[in-house]
Design a protein around this ligand. Structure first.
Ligand code: 13P
Length: 341
C-alpha cells in the first residue's frame, strides 16, 4: 500500500470548494429517476445523460473533485467514442466506482439488510483500477424503527465496510466508507443522533481491526436529521450543530475528509445544511458533499431526455454544483438561489 498516494487522492477528493458527484445509480435506481421525467432507461439513454453531466465543463472543472460511477458507466464511451472516464479526467476530476452489490435481508434480523459484494472484490478492484478508478464506494444501510437497528446488523455492516476498505487500500484505491442511517422513519433528531453515534463508533472500531490507514480514506455519512415522517422538525442550525457534535465524538482527526450523502433531503436543504456545518468552523477534517439526488434532480428535470435541453440541464447542474461548492466554504447564501431562478 502506498499511503502517500492514497492520502494525496483522498485530500484531492475533499479539496475545499469542490465535492463529489454520486452518479453511481444502479440500472434499477436510474430507472426510478428516469420514469418521472418520461425517459426510457436504456444503455444509450443512461450514457447520454451521464455524458451531459461529465461534459458540463464549468461544473466539472471548478466544483466537482470526483465522480462515483456504476459498473456499466465505467465501461461506456461517449457518443464520439471517448471513454466517459476520460471526460472526467479531462475536467481534472477523479473517476471512482461503486463496488458494493446492493443489499439483501439479514437473516434473523427482520426489517434489516446487509450489503453484499465482498466475494471476488479483489479481482474487480484490479479491473476497475485498469479503467482508471482512483477511489471506490461501498454503502451500508441502517434503518431506524421501533425495534431496529440491532447490534447484529450494525456489527455485520460495519465489518463488511472494513473488509471492503482493506481490499481497496491494498489495491491502491481510496475507500469511501458509507454507513447510511436512513431518514425514512418517524423518529426524532435525537434518535438519529444516537443511532448515528452507535454506527460510527462501530465502523471506526472495525476499520481499526482491519488495519485501515484512516489517512487514505473518506467518510460518507448521513447528516443528523429527523425522520421524514417526524412531526418534530429541526432548524438548519440544529442539524448542523448535532451533526458536527456526533462527528467530533466519533471520527478520528486522521481522516482527511467527510463527504455527506443527501439521503432524500431537498436540493436546497442539503446545501443549506452543508453550509451551516462549515460555518461552525474549526473542524479537524474537510467537510464536503457527495450528493446524488441533491445534485441531479434539477438537471434531470431540465433534460427530460431531449437533446435540445442539454444546455439547460448543464446550466442546472452547474448551478447546484456551484452552490454546494460555496457551501463547502461556508459562503453559500439563500439569495444566490433566488437570483438564479
Ligand atoms: P444521495 O445523495 O441521493 O443520497 O446519494 C448519494 C449516494 O451515493 C448514496 O449511496
Amino acid at each position: 500500500m502506498n499511503l502517500t498516494e492514497l492520502n494525496r487522492v483522498a485530500e484531492a477528493m475533499v479539496e475545499p470548494g469542490r465535492g463529489i458527484l454520486a452518479a453511481d445509480e444502479s440500472s434499477g435506481t436510474i430507472k426510478k429517476r428516469f420514469d418521472p421525467i418520461g425517459v426510457e432507461s436504456t444503455p444509450d439513454s443512461r450514457r447520454d445523460y451521464r455524458e451531459l453531466l461529465f461534459r458540463s465543463t464549468e461544473a466539472m472543472s471548478k466544483y466537482i473533485s470526483g465522480v462515483i460511477l456504476y459498473d456499466e458507466t465505467i465501461r461506456q464511451n461517449a457518443r464520439d467514442g471517448t471513454p466517459l472516464v476520460r471526460l472526467i479526467e479531462q475536467a481534472r476530476s477523479l473517476p471512482g466506482i461503486k463496488v458494493d452489490k446492493g443489499t439483501k435481508p439479514l437473516p434473523f434480523c427482520p426489517g434489516e439488510v446487509i450489503t453484499e459484494g465482498l466475494d471476488g472484490l479483489r479481482d474487480r478492484l484490479v479491473e476497475y483500477r485498469g479503467f482508471g478508478a482512483r477511489f471506490a464506494k461501498w454503502r451500508a444501510v441502517i434503518d431506524i424503527g421501533p425495534a431496529i437497528p440491532s447490534y447484529s446488523s450494525i456489527r455485520a455492516n460495519a465489518h463488511a465496510l472494513a473488509r471492503y476498505a482493506a481490499l481497496c487500500q491494498e489495491e491502491g484505491l481510496v475507500p469511501i466508507v458509507e454507513p447510511e442511517v436512513l431518514m425514512d422513519g418517524d423518529h426524532d433528531i435525537e434518535r438519529c443522533y444516537s443511532v448515528t453515534e452507535w454506527v460510527l463508533k462501530t465502523v471506526y472500531e472495525e476499520l481499526y481491526y482491519q488495519r485501515i490507514a484512516l489517512e487514505g480514506s473518506v467518510l460518507k455519512p448521513n447528516m443528523v436529521v429527523p425522520g421524514k415522517k417526524s412531526k418534530k422538525r429541526a432548524s438548519v442550525d440544529q442539524v448542523a450543530e448535532m451533526t458536527v457534535r456526533v462527528l467530533r465524538a466519533c471520527v478520528p482527526s486522521a481522516v482527511p475528509g467527510i463527504a455527506f450523502l443527501s439521503g432524500g433531503q431537498s436540493d436546497e436543504e442539503a446545501t443549506a445544511h452543508l453550509d451551516a456545518i462549515n460555518r461552525i468552523g474549526g473542524l479537524p477534517w474537510k467537510v464536503t458533499f457527495s450528493y446524488g439526488r441533491a445534485l441531479q434532480a434539477a438537471p434531470q428535470k431540465a433534460w427530460s431526455g431531449k437533446s435540445e435541453n442539454v444546455a439547460a440541464a448543464q446550466r442546472a447542474f452547474s448551478h447546484r454544483a456551484k452552490m454546494n461548492g460555496l457551501a463547502t466554504l461556508g459562503e453559500w447564501k439563500a439569495d444566490l438561489e433566488r437570483k438564479a431562478a
